[in-house]
Design a protein around this ligand. Structure first.
Ligand SMILES: NC(=O)c1ccc[n+]([C@@H]2O[C@H](COP(=O)([O-])OP(=O)(O)OC[C@H]3O[C@@H](n4cnc5c(N)ncnc54)[C@H](OP(=O)(O)O)[C@@H]3O)[C@@H](O)[C@H]2O)c1
Length: 247
């Protein structure tokens, strides 16, 4: 893909899928601003790799659930890089528990990061994307937002909400040349799931038609395609990348 001259902002670029997306976008020519919350050293190391590819890279600390901080962050990134073309809403968390035991804190935390965080960034970039009559937005959601999942009422609700958000923003911003899509992965081996018992991972792999779990790069390649001009006619879509885990 040719992303030369494009500037991308990737939330949660310090770990897992966000790291793979940041590196793949840079590999394909984009300059990349990435955000982190706790893992500053990891974020710095990814930025070094981006710079070694001859691209511009910078890391920024932000809590995606904080509306005001996100507004300021997007202004700063646009100022530092001179423009903004691509937004990847990847930062996310889970905090599982069956609904009859779920606390208000658990519910609010996941909704605030996974759903409100996605809104916060879209709200912050939308005026600029509208003005420049161009832009690409990809929201990283989950197959659990489509099928539901035992123990994940908060997470599934947040991701399903992000699907509705994706479709509505696609409708609103289409006439301004902005593509808005969601990518819904099945289970991908990252920090988020590293502490799960081995038998849980084996069971998830067996749910796929390939009997394997996905890797962060599998998601990254789809995202890079979606933000390229080759995908200009795709918008308002939710594309699963799950090895057939949910058919
Ligand atoms: N892994 C999977 O199997 C899977 C499956 C479906 C969907 N997804 C989705 O894919 C995305 C990435 O998942 P992952 O597995 O790569 O997760 P991960 O390894 O746990 O990384 C999560 C990233 O989000 C950032 N983050 C979390 N809360 C944040 C907050 N409040 N403010 C700012 N940044 C925050 C983290 O930053 P710090 O580490 O710096 O705090 C980190 O960079 C998430 O949206 C997740 O729901 C993952």
């Amino acid at each position: 893909m040719d992303l030369k001259g494009k500037v991308a902002l990737v939330t949660g670029g310090s770990m897992g899928i966000g790291t793979a997306i940041s590196l793949d976008l840079a590999q394909n020519g984009a300059d990349v601003a990435l955000t982190f919350r706790k893992h500053g050293d990891e974020a710095k190391a990814i930025v070094e790799k981006i710079k070694n590819m001859g691209r511009k890279g910078m890391e920024y600390q932000v809590d995606v659930s904080d509306f005001g901080s996100v507004q300021k962050l997007v202004e700063k990134v646009t100022e530092d890089f001179g423009r903004l073309d691509i937004l990847i809403n990847n930062a996310g968390m889970n905090w599982d528990g069956v609904v009859w035991k779920m606390t208000e804190e658990q519910w609010d935390a996941v909704i605030n990061v996974d759903l409100k965080g996605t809104f916060n960034f879209i709200r912050a970039v939308a005026p600029n994307f509208k003005e420049q009559k161009a832009g690409k937005i990809v929201n990283i959601t989950s197959i659990n937002g489509l099928r539901g999942k035992f123990g994940q009422t908060n997470y599934s609700a947040a991701k399903a909400g992000a699907h509705g958000l994706t479709k509505s923003v696609a409708r609103e911003m289409g006439k301004y040349g902005v593509n808005v899509n969601a990518v819904a992965p099945g289970m991908i081996l990252t920090e988020m799931y590293k502490d799960l018992p081995e038998e849980f991972k084996t069971k998830a792999a067996e749910e796929t038609v390939f009997n394997r779990l996905g890797e962060p790069e599998d998601v990254a390649h789809l995202v890079t395609y979606l933000v390229s001009e080759k995908a200009r006619h795709i918008t308002g879509d939710i594309i699963k990348i799950d090895g057939g885990q949910y058919i």
